[in-house]
Design a protein around this ligand. Sequence first.
Ligand code: DLL
Length: 436
Amino acid sequence: MTKYFNPKMECMAKEEKYLLQSERLRIVVKRVFENVKWYREKMLNIGVYPEDINTIDDIEKLPFTEKHDLRDNYPFGSFAVPKKQIVRVHASSGTTGKLTVVGYTKKDIEDWAECCARGLYSVGAGEDSTIHIAYGYGLFTGGLGMHYGGELIGATVVPASSGNTPRQIMLINDFSADTLCCTPSYAIHMAEEALKLGLNPKNFPLKYGIFGAEPWSEEMRRQIQELYSLKAYDIYGLSEISGPGVATECEHQCGPHVQDDFFYPEIIDSVTEKQVKNGEKGELVFTTLSKEGMPLIRYRTRDISSIISEPCACGRTSVRLSKITGRYDDMMIVRGVNVFPSQIESALVGCDSQVSSKFMVVLNRVNNLDTMDIEVELLPGVAFDEIKSVQLLTQKVHSVVTSAIGVSANIKLVSNGTFKYIEGEKVKKVKDNRKI
Ligand code: DLL
């Protein structure tokens, strides 16, 4: 037993959890009402006051928070504490060029580390482990989130970050890592690269793989477990709520356990916005129950999942999530990076007097790595033979677009009129050929 198996919280009786969540909800609602102007206005608009919130069941009275609320209050307008109490910021892509910024107090970082530590411990890692982290470090939460969790359980953490696959392979073996944290598609890619180098990933020292940040299937789990001699676990999270570790699978691999003393999950019907029954699919919504820096109430994740409330063989009583099967919006996840078509569009507007903002994204998975091709239409009247240098123009579009979306893409210019947009129909700007 270590303190990162926290039976008091993780195995708490249902009635006790209900009281704890209710108490924490009352506090967090009061906190946002008093400290976040736009949230207070939202509540006043529908005539709900902190006094109306007594138990966790009252959560349905509260208004939702959406990504655009955060964007509209960019960068720091959603913080519930003075800026000097914010010790860290992370950010993820928003639907436009603006990032969605998240601020953490010292306690928020500690709580987040505790969530990641519980997750790492629940798959089997411990103080004797060496944890190789190949999630990106930086504004993305994957690297630093798992890093703090790994240090908290007392493991040896290797902050490899992303990229340079041969070096990753070398480090895992030379440092005898037993735990690998990265995206599931990167785990497959790394195994295939190792095979090309004449190394069998089955002989790697790895025992536990903690994979997330993008959707993956049970088939991918089987494939990874066959490639390596490890057990593959699902970890879910999003920056707005904290980062990785909002929910992590235990050794039974039957859906990530939500750290529901910190985060309260709901599944709603995305059209009626009403809660659905446990087991039914819908949109996953989270309320942070103890965050100080940027608490969020009923944040609509747009992820599609369901709540599993049946007891788990591990003894934890926390609810679990079924595999995320998709999203309700058009966000793409490319090599773990969130990309919205609207970001590409706004980057193209005004990019050059010869290119339009009409485009088509084609996603493929080649050797288990995502590839992104973006075809961009020229403006009407601009013919290829009039362009001084197609190569230079392509490079210009490439640099504007890739710096806006934060992930590299192949740009191809196409003649005006290539895309048939039919009036009144939802324009399809993404062809996702990846089989996940
Ligand atoms: O991806 C945090 C994270 C890092 C989670 C490392 C797990 C491991 P964002 O960049 O804000 O944060 O992206 C959040 O990624 O709304 C989902 O659509 C997707 N996502 C994250 N984990 C999973 C998962 C991080 N296990 C968005 N399965 C979320 C499916 C996932 N989708």
